[in-house]
Design a protein around this ligand. Structure first.
Ligand code: HSE
Length: 428
């Protein structure tokens, strides 16, 4: 029976989850035996949920990457640059296949690393980099190679989805729920990567590059996170029949591939609106398939480690397939910026001083920008005398709603920043 020797760099939640799986591999369906031949992390003596005493310790990830004692380098350090990137390059140049869960690295440098892997005839696998335990990378790359994909949408950050659904269902504030997500091991070491939308954007860009055979260019991805979404927005949206979710989208347009992440308000019956907690979901639409949706645990040590182990299983028969599934005969497709003038209905939330005529001024400001009100909900003023108002607009352009928001901001009665969230159309 073949044995595959792993060098594991990074012993955080996922690294320990992987070591745990290696230690109980008789329960798995691997094609051979897996050994941990060496480990490295920032701190050797930290308390960990698994024992690493029997493994060779390396102080330097690149030394482990180059070691003759390993067959495969598993990078679980994180970060788009620095030691993770150097170690991955070292492993590839030493003729070793690499498995990584590092979405920032792949989103920022995946194109050049894929090329380096091709030159050296090794595999670069990153199933765990996108959507944790949901096997979307290989499904897009291999299983759906026979589909002309038009659009990929989904929920790709468990922390943000957990935050938005828990805040609303438990009426707990943002900070408390974020701390819980960190404790459960969903959040990144630096949770601003989660709440700023950057983590989801890294994943969306990777999926878009595979789905559309496009040159991954992260600089073209538009990103907005959940850090400005308040419980008030979630509550008012709920009362208007909408759920606010952080949605990632990649699609083909005549100009190129558009990729973005932003909060969207979905009708409560929309399939994406029903995905709660740390679940991730990805919907792939294309010809002649129609649509397929994968949903599952998108974060957490166990699910993510299982995705790494799936890649390990693949390397018992390495084939050095192009990392993004992109063959040389595929045409060049570019990432382009999202069109600023797209049309949609919008959820607009403002706070106004509660005095006579304030509402009239608000609707007049909207009308001056050509924005028409479909639904309107006003609550009683808060302890500071500011009344929250939520509006669902009729379909208008983003530039119209932005202009309307600027007008609202300049009203004397306006308090704070208006919140604008595009509304996703209902789907079957
Ligand atoms: N921090 C990520 C999330 C998990 O919350 O989805 C790892 O990708």
């Amino acid at each position: 029976m073949k044995t595959l020797k792993l060098g594991v760099a990074g012993l955080g939640h996922v690294g320990c989850g992987l070591v745990d799986l290696v230690q109980k591999q008789e329960k798995l369906r691997l094609p051979g035996k897996v050994e941990v031949a060496g480990v490295t992390a920032r701190n050797r003596s930290r308390n960990r949920p698994v024992s690493i005493e029997s493994y060779a310790w390396y102080d330097d990830a690149s030394k482990l990457a180059a070691s003759d004692d390993i067959d495969v380098f598993v990078e679980l350090i994180g970060g788009s640059d620095g030691p993770a990137k150097v170690a991955v390059e070292t492993a590839i140049k030493s003729g070793k296949s690499v498995i990584t869960a590092n979405k920032a690295l792949i989103a920022m440098h995946g194109q050049e690393l894929a090329e380096l892997a091709r030159e050296h005839g090794v595999d670069l696998l990153f199933e765990a980099a996108v959507a944790g335990g949901v096997p979307i990378v290989r499904v897009l790359r291999d299983s759906l190679a026979g589909v002309d994909i038009q659009r990929v949408t989904g929920i790709l950050n468990g922390t943000c989805n957990f935050l938005l659904s828990e805040m609303l269902s438990t009426r707990r504030p943002y900070d408390v729920v974020l701390a819980e997500a960190q404790r459960l091991g969903y959040a990144e070491a630096d949770p601003t990567l989660d709440v700023s939308g950057m983590d989801a954007a890294h994943k969306a860009a990777i999926l878009a590059a595979i789905a559309f055979s496009a040159d991954l260019d992260f600089s073209q991805v538009s990103v907005r996170g959940v850090d400005e979404i308040e419980l008030l927005d979630l509550d008012l949206a709920d009362r208007l029949g909408l759920r606010i979710k952080l949605i990632a989208e990649g699609k083909v347009t005549p100009d190129g591939v558009v990729c973005r992440v932003e909060p969207l308000a979905m009708p409560i019956g929309h399939p994406l609106a029903r995905i709660s907690g740390s679940l991730n979901t990805i919907r792939v639409e294309g010809d002649p398939l129609g649509a397929v949706t994968l949903t599952g645990p998108g974060a957490g040590p166990g699910p993510t480690a299982s995705a790494v182990m799936g890649d390990v299983a693949k390397l018992f028969n390495p084939i050095a397939r192009p990392a993004f599934g992109r063959a040389e005969h595929h045409g060049v497709r570019k990432f382009v910026r999202a069109e600023p003038n797209e049309r949609s209905a919008f959820f607009l939330r403002v706070r106004l001083d509660d005095r006579a005529g304030a509402l009239a001024e608000l609707t007049e400001a909207l009308a001056e920008s050509g924005v028409s009100v479909d639904k309107l909900l006003q609550d009683s003023a808060d302890e500071n005398g500011a009344a929250p108002i939520a509006i669902v607009t009729h379909i208008c352009s983003r530039s119209d709603i932005n202009e309307a928001s600027d007008r609202v901001r300049s009203l004397e009665t306006n308090v704070g920043h208006p919140q604008i969230v595009a509304i996703e159309e209902a789907t079957d």
